[in-house]
Design a protein around this ligand. Structure first.
Ligand SMILES: Cc1cc2nc3c(=O)[nH]c(=O)nc-3n(C[C@H](O)[C@H](O)[C@H](O)COP(=O)(O)OP(=O)(O)OC[C@H]3O[C@@H](n4cnc5c(N)ncnc54)[C@H](O)[C@@H]3O)c2cc1C
Length: 396
């Protein structure tokens, strides 16, 4: 619930002015609010249009955290972000169910072998000690999976899983403790721009004057951009997940396993398995109903890989939205079209894990002019106009 009163009456608590307004209460908005407040920024207002924080892309995500990327900037984001999850409980007093079960990419195509070996060389140079396993080694490791066609696999033991909702709740509570106002049931309807400067936002309960707006609206980032006259090249694409009933034969240390060619993944979820498979033909859109036709294709592929699934039921299923940028990298930082408008968008299916560091980097950019923990110039929106995309290969 919001801090103010819900329902038809205006929020008594809705301030009429703020130093920063953050639009969106998923991991990006929550982390940005916390890090801004921690750095002493006063009068931050975070607005979430639904009744709970973190229930959109963040709450629907698979919770995977990994160092295994193909570009230097994504690996560096992981190198900074994942250790923040290690000390999350100590820093924020919130348990986040962190499990270092490792990530295993199964490779079945010759061409992936070369690309993953190049990525491994880059990862090793940056201190991420991924391991190459032969087809026979991986078959011996996972005897309960059908892996005859697997040529090789890449393994990293420090990758793993954590609970997205707990991370959001931790940041929201932490931000509130240091003075930020985080409000639900408040939808931003328009953004006021004068002389190419942000001046305020209009919500369903009234206006807030502000010189700074953070677009943390996830799959809806392009719509928020349009309100400020900023074209943000992000599309939303449906992705779905199912969680099975108990599979007692599955070892507790079963890794986050990805059949890369099929974009098919599995990880332990309670006593069962969480599995997803990305539909390459899914059109952009905001439909979040479960596509039963695709589910059948997914389950068939999942059972072929893991025959244990033939004898289990489905406990729950849901669909969520990826917020996809043209090069599968985030759009992070200020924009040139409107002073005071900042983006933290476009994480393309692997944003949850980078939420901690990206919130900190954006707070630095807003308060100190530039991010200094990591140079994020390459992630600026301008890269698309300048023809400088940075392509990520390890997209699931
Ligand atoms: C099925 C699935 C699996 C995934 N698996 C992983 C994974 O294993 N690991 C990983 O790192 N990432 C994963 N991701 C990606 C990850 O979930 C996202 O990159 C990340 O959560 C994006 O966070 P966000 O805060 O930008 O977006 P969101 O969590 O969607 O938050 C945006 C918020 O903005 C609000 N909003 C929108 N418009 C307005 C408005 N006008 N006014 C007010 N509020 C507004 C929305 O209600 C929403 O709550 C997965 C995503 C999906 C869908």
């Amino acid at each position: 619930m919001g801090e103010g009163e819900g329902g038809e009456e205006p929020f008594l608590d809705l301030p009429n002015a703020a130093d920063v307004v953050i639009i969106g209460g998923g991991v990006m908005g929550a982390s940005t609010a916390y890090h801004l407040a921690l750095k002493g920024c006063k009068n931050i207002v975070l607005l979430e249009r639904t009744s709970l924080f973190g229930q959109e892309a963040t709450g629907k995500c698979a919770g995977g955290i990994r160092y295994q990327f193909s570009t230097e900037i994504n690996i560096r984001l992981s190198l900074l972000s994942l250790p923040m999850l290690d000390c999350f409980e100590e820093e924020l007093g919130q348990v986040i169910d962190l499990r270092r079960c490792g990530y295993l990419f199964l490779l079945t195509r010759e061409e992936d072998g070369k690309t993953f070996q190049d990525s491994m060389a880059l990862q090793h140079r940056l201190g991420v000690m991924t391991e190459w396993l032969s087809g026979d080694e991986i078959r011996a490791r996972l005897p309960y999976m059908r892996l005859d066609d697997v040529l090789a696999a890449v393994w990293h033991s420090r990758d793993g899983l954590t609970d997205p909702n707990s991370v959001v709740q931790g940041y929201i509570a932490g931000a509130r403790r240091v003075g930020a106002k985080c409000l639900t049931d408040l939808e931003v309807i328009s953004i006021r721009i004068e002389n190419r400067r942000v001046c305020g936002v209009l919500t369903n309960y009234g206006e807030i004057a502000t010189p700074i707006v953070v677009n943390a609206a996830g799959p809806w980032a392009a719509q928020i951009g349009a309100m400020a006259g900023v074209e943000i090249p992000i599309i939303s694409v449906r992705r779905q997940i199912a969680v099975t009933t108990s599979i007692p034969q599955l070892p507790p240390d079963f890794p986050f396993t990805i059949d890369f060619a099929q974009s098919l993944y599995f990880h332990r979820e309670g006593p069962g398995i969480l599995t997803g498979m990305s539909n390459p033909n899914e059109p952009p859109g905001f439909d979040q109903s479960v596509d039963r036709e695709w589910e059948l294709i997914h389950f068939e592929a999942a059972m072929a890989r893991m025959p244990l699934l033939e004898n289990v039921g489905v406990n729950s299923r849901w669909a969520g939205l990826y917020e996809v940028s043209p090069d599968a990298h985030p759009i992070l930082g200020k924009v040139s079209e409107a002073d005071g408008f900042y983006c933290i968008n476009g994480f393309s299916g692997h944003g949850f894990m980078h939420g901690p560091i990206c919130g900190l980097l954006l707070a630095e950019e807003i308060l100190e002019g530039n991010a200094h923990t990591l140079d994020i110039t390459s992630l600026n929106l301008n890269r698309f106009r300048e023809g400088k995309p940075i392509l990520e290969y390890n997209v699931v």
